[in-house]
Design a binder for this molecule. Structure first.
Ligand SMILES: Cc1cc2nc3c(=O)[nH]c(=O)nc-3n(C[C@H](O)[C@H](O)[C@H](O)COP(=O)(O)OP(=O)(O)OC[C@H]3O[C@@H](n4cnc5c(N)ncnc54)[C@H](O)[C@@H]3O)c2cc1C
Length: 466
């Protein structure tokens, strides 16, 4: 007989005995609504998320994670798992339940001879990159230093090195995980390989990952990077050039782009990054520079520390502002798609709004779809409008614009979406993220989390009775 999916109940105000027991068990800290630290502790990166958990368990290690999970299970309470707290959907906090927080688990080590890094789940990208760059090594991580390595890697993880080395999850060698039944398992190509497959893209569906082991690559500490900006009048032509140039670029070259507003004017900006030698970089970007010479309004390129590039976008996305985005993948930017993008961007609700084109492809697309849970291997660009604002009275207009952009761009998309860029958009969109891998993920979920304890995520529902 198949088990029933668990129905969770919130922490009751009258359960001080249970919480006192958990507080005594934890090496880390338990924060309750009555504690002064609570107001800060319940916050996540997206200021739009306003949930009031019953308790927040800051874990100090795997033993704490096991204890917190067992407490939530025994008391049949909702639980969420938080590492960087950066996800736009805000699923890492819950209403009334227990937040299992790993953000204080920051141990790491780098073996420069084997080119392997071991990292606990609480590290941010900036902390991880900082440790590997001491030896001139790196692996693919995202573009915002404040993001958690855990959520990023478990959903896939793309960034400026992705076209050369694959996704963060493609560089994962092993992980330690606490499963729904409280076991501590290692997942790798040799141990629990089915779980290892699921962890590489399947998000937080299979348990709580406490540490990751990554393959590293020697990239040195400097790369060629910078931006090329085109004014509104040149944007249509520049987008056409960008589409062709980016899709034929070598793997070392990564070209994210965005429609942005600067000093009240709409602009198209290309963010250039090349991780190869100076000579290779110069050759690779020569056609772009030749094009930009007569058309761009501003160009600033040079060799800069890799760590500087990895934190360059941080100021744009501070914690606590209100954010909304809605993503979809594209294979190319047809003329109609370009016209549509420019049209919808002209209706942006304020000057902070942008439409991002994050380039993927390259090595990411050469991994077979069945190799990992991550399935969106055939795209060139992840396209998403981002609205940023502070006034709650402006929620509707900002969220409305994001939805409008997404609907207008949909005819040009592959139909797939990056699971880490999903909001709370429902089961069909989760299925769109996993495509042909979805049924295998359902089978894995039914094996490792049959009662769906880990349901506050981009949820893959286990098979249930009936
Ligand atoms: C400004 C910004 C820039 C971004 N840029 C990129 C980018 O360049 N590339 C990219 O790939 N993504 C990017 N992302 C998306 C990012 O990968 C996701 O938001 C990711 O979920 C963040 O991880 P986190 O640990 O901070 O998330 P959290 O909010 O802490 O967690 C999100 C979810 O991940 C799961 N989870 C977290 N930790 C664990 C764990 N230890 N074990 C099991 N499950 C866990 C849980 O289901 C949780 O609900 C960006 C996001 C933002 C906000």
């Amino acid at each position: 007989m198949q088990p029933e999916v668990m129905t969770a109940r919130p922490i009751q105000d009258g359960s001080p005995r249970e919480t006192a027991r958990l507080r005594r068990t934890l090496r880390g800290e338990l924060v309750l609504p009555t504690d002064p630290a609570y107001a800060q502790a319940r916050q996540v990166w997206n200021g739009l998320v306003d949930k009031r958990p019953g308790a927040i368990a800051y874990c100090a290690g795997t033993d704490d994670v096991v204890a917190a999970l067992s407490f939530a299970r025994e008391n049949t309470m909702p639980l969420s798992v938080r590492s960087g707290g950066h996800n736009v959907a805000g699923n890492s906090v819950c209403e009334g339940g227990l937040v299992i927080d790993l953000s204080r688990m920051k141990n790491r080590s780098v073996d420069d001879k084997r080119r392997v890094a071991w990292a606990e789940a609480g590290l941010t990208l900036a902390e991880f990159d900082g440790a590997t760059q001491v030896c001139g090594l790196a692996t693919t991580m995202g573009v915002n230093g404040d993001t958690g390595i855990a959520g990023l890697t478990l959903g896939g993880g793309f960034g400026k090195l992705g076209r050369r080395f694959g996704l963060a999850c493609d560089n994962l060698l092993s992980a330690e995980i606490v499963t729904a039944d409280g076991r501590v398992l290692r997942a790798s190509a040799d141990e629990n390989p089915d779980l290892f497959w699921g962890l590489r893209g399947g998000g937080g569906n299979f348990g709580i990952v406490t540490s990751f082991e990554y393959r590293l690559h020697p990239i040195g500490t400097e790369v060629l990077a910078g931006s090329i900006v085109f004014r509104e009048a040149k944007a249509r032509d520049a987008l056409r050039f960008y589409d062709e140039f980016a899709r034929t670029a070598p793997d070392e070259l990564s070209l994210d782009a965005a429609l942005v507003t600067a000093a009240g004017e709409r602009m198209f900006s290309i963010s250039v990054f090349h991780s190869g030698s100076s000579r290779e970089a110069e050759m690779a970007i020569a056609p772009l520079l030749a094009y930009a010479q007569s058309k761009a309004s501003n160009e600033s390129l040079g060799r800069v520390p890799y760590l500087q590039v990895q934190s360059a976008g941080d100021a744009l996305f501070p914690r606590g502002r209100r954010y909304s985005w809605k993503a979809q993948f594209m294979r190319e930017l047809s003329q109609d798609a370009i016209d549509t993008l420019l049209d919808v961007y002209s209706k942006a609700p304020n000057d902070n709004a942008l439409i991002v084109l994050q380039q993927v492809g390259g090595a990411i697309s050469r991994v077979p779809v069945s190799e990992t849970a991550y399935a969106c291997r055939n795209a060139e660009f992840d396209c998403f409008p981002i609205a940023i604002w502070d006034d709650p009275a402006k929620d509707e207009i900002n969220i409305g614009w994001v939805r409008e952009v997404w609907a207008a761009v949909k005819p040009f998309s592959t139909g797939a979406v990056y699971v880490n860029n999903l909001g709370n958009e429902g089961e069909e969109r989760v299925k769109a993220a996993y495509g042909p891998n979805y049924q295998r993920l359902v089978a894995l979920k039914s094996k490792y989390d049959p009662t769906n304890i880990f349901c506050l995520n981009q949820n893959i529902r286990p098979r249930t009775a009936g």
